[in-house]
Design a protein around this ligand. Sequence first.
Ligand SMILES: Nc1ncnc2c1ncn2[C@@H]1O[C@H](COP(=O)(O)OP(=O)(O)OP(=O)(O)O)[C@@H](O)[C@H]1O
Ligand code: SF4
Ligand SMILES: [Mg+2]
Length: 352
Amino acid sequence: MPEPLLDVRDLRVSFRTRQGSVTAVDRLSFSVAPGEILGVVGESGSGKSVSMLAVLRLLTNPNVTVSGEVRFRGRDLLALPDKEMRAVRGREIAMVFQDPMTALTPVYTVGWQIAEQIRAHDRVSRREARARAVRLLSDVGIPDAASRVNAYPHEFSGGMRQRAVIAMALSCDPALLIADEPTTALDVTVQAQILDLMRELNGRGSAVVLITHDMGVISQIADRVLVMYGGRAAEEGPRRAVFHGPRHPYTWGLLDSVPRVGGARLRRLPTIAGVPVSPGALPPGCAFAPRCRLRHDRCAELPALAAGNGDAGHRDACWLPPDDRGSLRLTARAAATERPGTGPDMEKEATA
Ligand SMILES: Nc1ncnc2c1ncn2[C@@H]1O[C@H](COP(=O)(O)OP(=O)(O)OP(=O)(O)O)[C@@H](O)[C@H]1O
Ligand code: SF4
Ligand SMILES: [Mg+2]
C-alpha cells in the first residue's frame, strides 16, 4: 500500500450552540492515496462538508472546536502555522465548492482572478499569468477564451463559472482537489463535462475527494467510497466492494434508493424510512439504529469501524454478523418493499 497522501485520524468537530455542544463530526478516520479518487456520500447533514472544511482549516467560527490529526504529506495540518496552511491551500490542495460564486469575487474579471491565483504560487509576470489563464480557460472548454478572460463572473453561466473555478484549481496542479458537490447546481450535460474535467485532473496525477449525494456519480468516478452517517463513517472501501458487496444497512438503503435504468425494476422503489439523525440528538449507540430494520440489543453500543472477514480495506461500523450480510440485506429489502414509508420508529409512533 502506498503511503497515504491525506490521512485523517479521529477527526472531531463540535459546535457550541444555544442548545449546548453539538458534535457534527465524530472520530472520523479516512485516508486518500496519491492519485486516488475518494467519493464521499451521505445524506444532508451527515458531516461531509464540515469534515472537509475542518481538514482545510476553513472553520473559522469561534464556536467551533476541531480535534484529531490531519496528516498531509507527512505534516499535521491542524498544527501548522496559519501562513504555512495558506500556502498548502493555495499550492498543494485546491477546493471546488457547490456554488462557484464562493470562490469568485464579483468585482474582478475571471481572468484576473485566475492570473492572481497563478501569481500567488509562481513568480511569473502579469502578462505570462494572463496568458496562462487564457490557456487554462480554453483547457476547461470555455469557448473564445482570449476574449472571455475579460468577463466578470456574472457574465458567465453557472457551468462556465464552475469551469473557471476548476481552471483555478488546475492552475496550481494540486496534489489533492477537494470538490464539495461541484455539479449539484448544474444540468446533466454540464455535470458530465465537469466530471470529465475531474477525471482529467486526476489523470495528471491529482488525488480527488469528491463529495456528492449521487451514488450514480460515485459509481462512475470513484476508486474508493466513504459512506457517512451522523458525522461518522458507516462504511469505507474500494468502489467495487462497496457497490457489489455493501455491508452497512445504511449503504444498502442508499443503493436501493438509486433508480435502476434498464435493469429489473422493483414494484416499489424503497426509500430509507425515517428522518436523518440530527447531530444534536445522536442516540448513544449506532446512529442509524432508529431507522434500521435489523437493530438489536447490541446496537445500543457504538460499533467501531472494522473490517469483516474478507478484505482489510473494506470496513464498516455495524454489529451484524459479517458472514450473513448478503441474506440480511435481502430481509431488510423485503421488509422495506412490503411496507414502504414505515421505519422502526414510525411503526412505534403508529402504535403509540
Ligand atoms: N456553524 C454551525 N453551527 C452549528 N451546527 C452546524 C454549523 N455548521 C454545520 N453544522 C451542523 O453540522 C452538521 C453537518 O453539516 P454538513 O454541512 O457537514 O452536512 P453535509 O453532509 O455537508 O450536508 P449537505 O449534503 O446538506 O451539504 C449539520 O447537522 C449542520 O447543521
Ligand atoms: S449496528 Fe445495529 S442499528 Fe446499526 S446498522 Fe448495524 S444492525 Fe443496524
Ligand atoms: Mg455539504
